[in-house]
Design a protein around this ligand. Structure first.
Ligand code: MN3
Length: 241
């Protein structure tokens, strides 16, 4: 979709642009179909939220969304740019004393940027469910959509400390996988492309849900955007086949 079509297809509600849910991905991706996370110079950039801050109420309150997008996701983008700069300086000056530190930091911050960018597009204010290729792969790999829901909910609710529950496409086994990610970058499998991610860092829910992480995860299920996950699966299959 080009910019003109994108604008034509967007609805103007209350002065804010609200996108139809199936445009969440196409509005913010590069030509290859992956999310646009860097500019032409390779610096990390944060794409605008695909909806207004109160769009996900009551499941996700506007204040939490504002703080989460601006300071947690935004902070990771800024920090990732610093990490890149420090690595470049180390290479330019041939002083590798601290390069391991900045490399670890970049893994943490860039992974945060990737997962948050996907997370925003994985949410909507209407109920959807998997269909087509996504549904048939869910049934093949997990038995049923209900089984996948129980699996990913249990995985997300039980993360030790901060982290994510993730449904991804694993190209090396040509299958869907569920991951329990700690922080933003631990316990992954090489090659997995995230399709649907659930942020269970305390910053994602504490203002509204306090210590009740399980209630937050349950409240997210009705607003998970499975159309977006399906679109992501199509992209993943296209770029790995
Ligand atoms: Mn977060």
């Amino acid at each position: 979709m080009n910019r003109k079509e994108f604008i034509q297809n967007s609805l103007i509600i209350g002065g804010a642009t609200v996108l139809p849910s199936n445009s969440f991905l196409s509005a913010s991706v590069n030509e290859g179909g992956l999310d646009k996370l860097v500019d032409e110079s390779g610096n990390f950039i944060q794409t605008a939220l695909p909806y207004t801050e109160n769009f996900l109420e009551p499941s996700m309150d506007a204040e939490t969304l504002h703080l989460h997008y601006t300071f947690h996701h935004g902070g990771a983008v800024k920090a990732a740019n610093t990490d890149l700069k420090k690595i470049k300086e180390a290479l330019d000056s041939n002083n590798l004393e601290t390069v391991d530190y900045w490399t670890k930091k970049l893994s943490f911050h860039f992974s945060s940027h990737i997962l948050h960018s996907i997370f925003w597009t994985n949410l909507s204010n209407k109920s959807t469910s998997p269909s087509g290729e996504l549904l048939s792969r869910i049934e093949k790999n997990f038995g049923s959509y209900d089984k996948l829901k129980s699996y990913i909910a249990a995985t997300a609710k039980n993360v030790d400390g901060n982290g994510w529950g993730i449904l991804g496409y694993q190209p090396f086994s040509d299958s869907l996988v569920v991951l329990q990610c700690e922080n933003h970058e631990k316990l992954t499998q090489w090659g997995v492309i995230p399709l649907l991610v659930i942020d269970v860092w305390e910053h994602a829910y504490y203002l509204k849900y306090k210590n009740k992480r399980a209630d937050f995860v349950d409240a997210l299920f009705p607003i998970l955007n499975w159309d977006n996950a399906a679109q992501r699966l199509n992209t993943a299959l296209k770029i790995t086949k």
